[in-house]
Design a protein around this ligand. Structure first.
Ligand SMILES: [Zn+2]
Length: 303
């Protein structure tokens, strides 16, 4: 069961969400494709959202929470909801509708200046990263990705087997107090992370517009292939790539292209020199220092 502190916080969350985000109206986006459902989609969807807010780890435990009279008042349904119903209904929810609700919330947050604290030198950066879920050796669905892995059998012999999993690219605004997921895109069979990331950014440019955030932050993985060029030139967002030790070459290449000067590189990226120094410093200062030392381009005037 949810402990007392969580319960009080949940109660405050519901009041706040009802007032600021029209929670009952928003719950309309949680509709699922069950034909003639006994339990309204809204109650199922709201229970799933509230369960997420207090980190309820399983649908079975969520079922137990729905026995509480207070919970039943929050979600507007006077009975227990079974874990089967949660599973069945959530498999039939429409991702387009859920995404629409997410965009609506994020826009409202932006208008309410909720992302001001997340800005770096006045710029709002969205970070892209991929995460994997639902790994299985036995079960798969038509959207599963797969890979061959080598493991040991009961006799200690190495055997090859196929593993199935799902992987998504997430676009997140991170801040000291508030981190928000703007959108998410599943990777398709046979494609690279960068391809899903580009699909995600292209959609976000349409749904959020080009000025919702100012730049894109990615890890060194995305510096392969045409990703950087496409985002900067086609979509018009500057990219900050967080380079790992083994990717000095990229940084050095950028320096070489601009005659070894970050100051010259800055206008090419559409950012001020000061901001670039700050961003690089924030993410990978030691690497930059080492690379500059090797290039004989020690910067004596940081900012
Ligand atoms: Zn699957």
């Amino acid at each position: 069961m949810v402990n007392k502190t969580d319960f009080t916080q949940l109660s405050r969350f519901v009041t706040y969400a009802q007032k600021r985000f029209a929670l009952p109206l928003l719950a309309g986006c949680l509709a699922d494709a069950r034909a003639q459902p006994d339990i309204p989609s809204r109650a199922v969807g709201l229970s799933l959202v509230l369960g997420e807010v207090v980190h309820i780890p399983s649908l079975l435990q969520l079922q137990a929470e729905t026995k509480l009279p207070q919970w039943q008042r929050w979600v507007g349904y006077p009975q227990e909801i079974s874990h089967d119903t949660f599973g069945y209904a959530s498999a039939r929810m429409d991702p387009v509708q859920l995404r629409r609700a997410g965009i609506w919330i994020c826009r409202k947050l932006k208008r309410g200046k909720a992302f001001e604290e997340s800005k770096t030198h006045g710029l709002l950066a969205v970070s892209l990263d991929a995460n994997e879920q639902f790994c299985s050796d036995h079960r798969c669905c038509e959207d599963c990705l797969s890979r061959e892995v080598i493991c040991k059998d009961a006799q200690g012999q190495e055997v090859k087997k196929t593993q199935y999993y799902h992987k998504q690219v997430y676009a997140q605004l991170s801040g000291p107090r508030l981190s928000v997921m703007l959108d998410v895109e599943p990777m398709r069979l046979g494609e690279e992370e960068c391809a899903a990331a580009l699909r995600l950014l292209r959609r976000m440019r349409q749904t959020y517009g080009p000025r919702f955030f100012d730049l894109v932050v990615v890890d060194s993985w995305y510096t392969n292939g045409p990703f950087l060029k496409t985002v900067a030139q086609e979509l018009g967002w500057p990219v900050v790539a967080v380079l790992k030790q083994e990717r000095y070459d990229i940084y050095q290449e950028a320096l070489a292209l601009t005659g070894g000067s970050l100051q010259k590189a800055a206008p090419l990226l559409g950012l001020s020199y000061r901001t670039i120094r700050y961003l690089i410093g924030k993410y990978d200062l030691n690497q930059v220092r080492k690379a500059e030392k090797r290039n004989g381009n020690g910067d004596r005037n940081p900012f």
